[in-house]
Design a protein around this ligand. Sequence first.
Ligand SMILES: Nc1nc2c(c(=O)[nH]1)N[C@H]1C(S)=C(S)[C@@H](COP(=O)(O)O)O[C@H]1N2
Ligand SMILES: [Mo]
Length: 426
Amino acid sequence: MTPRETTRLDRRGFLGAAGLAGAGLAATATGLRAAPPAAPDPLITTVQDWARTLGDGVQARPYGSPSQYEKHVVRRDVEWLTASRESSVNFTPLHELDGIITPSGLCFERHHGGIAEIEPGKHRLMINGLVDKPMVFTVEDLKRFPGRQNHAYFLECAANSGMEWRGAQLNGCQFTHGMVHNVWYTGIPLKTLLDEAGVRTNAKWLLAEGADSSGMTRSIPLEKGLKDCLVVWSMNGEALRPEQGYPVRLVVPGWEGNMWVKWLRRIEVGDQPWHQREETSKYTDLLADGRSRRFTFVMDAKSVVTNPSPQAPLKHKGPNVLSGLAWSGRGRISRVDVSLDGGRNWRSARIDGPVLPMSLTRFYVDFDWNGQEMMIQSRAIDETGYVQPTKDELRKVRGVNSIYHNNGIQTWLVHANGETENVEIG
Ligand SMILES: Nc1nc2c(c(=O)[nH]1)N[C@H]1C(S)=C(S)[C@@H](COP(=O)(O)O)O[C@H]1N2
Ligand SMILES: [Mo]
């Protein structure tokens, strides 16, 4: 991926040229009814190799992996984005996934000091500071606490879509929106551990610290820590992956990914925030007038159409399934609107699968495509009534200095040949 010139389109010009009035949103099945083939299809009349010989036995692959024909479904990075591999990021291939759960091996990774390969028997989690009893837990201790919980939550890096602040840049939802993943976590409420240590009455803040070489530290309001934060050891039913913080990570539902400290080794209880690097010079939004927004923890509602998108162009006329993801750090998604004409006409998408608070939510629009150009957008609305803003609305209040917290509406331009491009309309 290389940076490119911003493409900005004029909505009226586009509509005039394309004549999108009444773009077929009502699905019919007609396009799928093909004429009988002139000759019998050899794929149906011959016995394929895979049916002639025995396959690998059950012991051949003790830990399963995807089909060899799915090798392209991988995390990818943007070469020019970071100076070193140890402090870098790769991206979830959102356009290749369906449903709401991100497979563990496809969860984007963001590390500041590389992956810590921790031997679980040698790992400890300490609670200190304004507590009655400072405590140290082994991983096995954590698993013996009562009240274990399971939750699906999205984790979004505050820098997701950050490269798009000044205009359309990267061609693929993997790169524009792929710093998000959504997995099932198993663990215990952080409150359980804090109760065990006995939080003093003057306590107001927590400091979470990682055991990796970056020693990642973030201040978290005590109120949030007691409300719904989790200390987890499992994702998607198995142990956390090393990339995701094995053996223990902090889960901070709905709040920016940077606070979800991986390889969690210490929680300090204090009466004020610590103002560490990651909550001052980093992960802070610099406004147009030179001031900064302080402590922008919650990730506001956002959505993206994953199919079609630049890495997943349209290949067929007639019936097609548009698909995408919506999420909000403030609770459940209540509605997703989709436009095929650059935000002029909107219709509600069909939401399918569980609608969980602070989790990715899957939506679909079944539509008919006649080969006309389209400008596809999606707009998420959450249960607080918050409506995902346009990029220009965001820039009006936040300027263009920031790279963080860009939850503006994404536009994909679908050309007549089905190829799809990242654009902006003004
Ligand atoms: N200990 C530690 N925790 C960390 C980080 C890190 O570098 N070290 N990166 C943070 C950032 S910036 C993000 S966005 C998330 C990424 O989580 P993931 O790698 O599971 O996607 O972890 C956060 N927790
Ligand atoms: Mo991040």
